[in-house]
Write a protein that binds this ligand. Structure first.
Ligand code: 3PG
Length: 210
């Protein structure tokens, strides 16, 4: 992981997901999150417009580390990298994406939920992975079990994380950060209620500090 990303996540170990189709709203959402203290942002590639939204955030905001999520193929990984993504997140582990990211020196967080998947990530040379979908994959007890075996691995639980269980996940030593979409509720973004996004980000930062 880059030292800048690592130090940002140490200071505020929460990665909000942006899934906006509208680039202007994506930029406003990113700025609202940053105002609340969250400056590492994952833009999920779940629509044709998502990559343009990520590019707009990179071009029009300052002080953010912006990554691409829901990256499914090697070609997509290369494409988001070319668009300026500073880290890449996948729902699962695809070896060729992992090898590409390791070669390029770009942080890569593939989704894992079993010991076999974590071990494959470890064998490929990865030390940081996503734990996905965190709540359905066994939540905190499963993550404790995985962490006790894979001593060098650090995990980013995502999927079912919210303000109500954030503290429990962050209490685990081997949790690097938690990701989630609870910080960017669609109704708030679409109604222009960016103050709520900032408030949710501030609340997450306060929980992380607590
Ligand atoms: C992801 O892309 O990592 C998950 O879909 C996020 O899950 P959440 O919506 O429960 O935060």
């Amino acid at each position: 992981m880059t030292s800048d990303l690592s130090s940002r996540l140490s200071a505020a170990p929460v990665v909000p997901l942006i899934g906006e189709n509208d680039a202007a709203l994506a930029v406003k959402t990113a700025n609202a999150l940053n105002a609340g203290g969250l400056s590492v942002i994952e833009v999920v590639m779940r629509s044709d417009a998502a990559q343009a939204g990520m590019e707009a955030i990179i071009a029009e905001t300052e002080g953010l580390i912006v990554g691409a999520g829901t990256v499914l193929t090697l070609d997509q990984a290369k494409s988001v990298r070319a668009s300026g993504a500073e880290f890449i997140v996948s729902p699962g582990l695809v070896d060729e994406i992992a090898v590409y990211c390791l070669d390029e020196g770009i942080p890569f967080f593939p989704g894992t939920m079993t010991a076999g998947e974590v071990q494959r990530a470890y064998a490929l040379g990865l030390r940081d992975v996503k734990f996905f979908p965190a709540s359905l994959a066994g939540g905190v007890p499963m993550l404790k079990a995985l962490g006790s075996v894979f001593r060098e691995m650090r995990f980013m639980p995502t999927g079912g994380v919210s303000a109500s269980n954030l503290a429990e996940f962050l209490a685990l030593d081997h949790v690097l950060a938690c990701g989630g979409s609870w910080l960017t509720p669609r109704d708030a973004v679409e109604s222009g209620d960016f103050a709520r996004v900032t408030q949710l980000a501030s609340e997450a930062v306060a929980i992380a500090k607590g």
